[in-house]
Design a protein around this ligand. Sequence first.
Ligand code: AMP
Ligand code: ZN
Length: 140
Amino acid sequence: MDFDTNCIFCKIANKVIPSTIIYEDEDVLAFLDVNPVTYGHTLVIPKKHYESFLSCPKDVLHKAFDLAQRIGQVQIKQLGAKGVNILTNCFEAAGQSIPHFHIHVIPRYEANDGFKLEMKELKNVNLPVLAAELKESLNK
Ligand code: AMP
Ligand code: ZN
């Protein structure tokens, strides 16, 4: 399915609803997040509907990440950002609220600038057992 009539990002990609577009070509689109966490917070999407990063075809994925890289570079050069976070949430459990693949490109200015990604350590993991399990599936 290229266009999901219930999807807000499909509507943005097809100009059914307005957004603040900063770049587009035939495959991908970048627009400003309507609820930015920092100044310049941008979303990159494929124009066609793919639910998440996990189901996006590789050629489209490459175009989306290429654009995210360029936007990150511009955020540093043009907005004076000191760093950039790239984030793509896959599925509700990971915080995805809109099921159309998107990459957040979040310019960072300082540690307490509105965006925080907290990584707490998970204790008592048997790393070799876990690695064996993952390797088996990856190499199938
Ligand atoms: P996620 O929670 O990863 O699915 O991110 C969805 C993002 O889309 C949020 O950061 C929202 O602020 C943003 N968003 C939702 N609706 C719009 C819209 N109409 N225009 C621009 N950004 C939007
Ligand atoms: Zn969509």
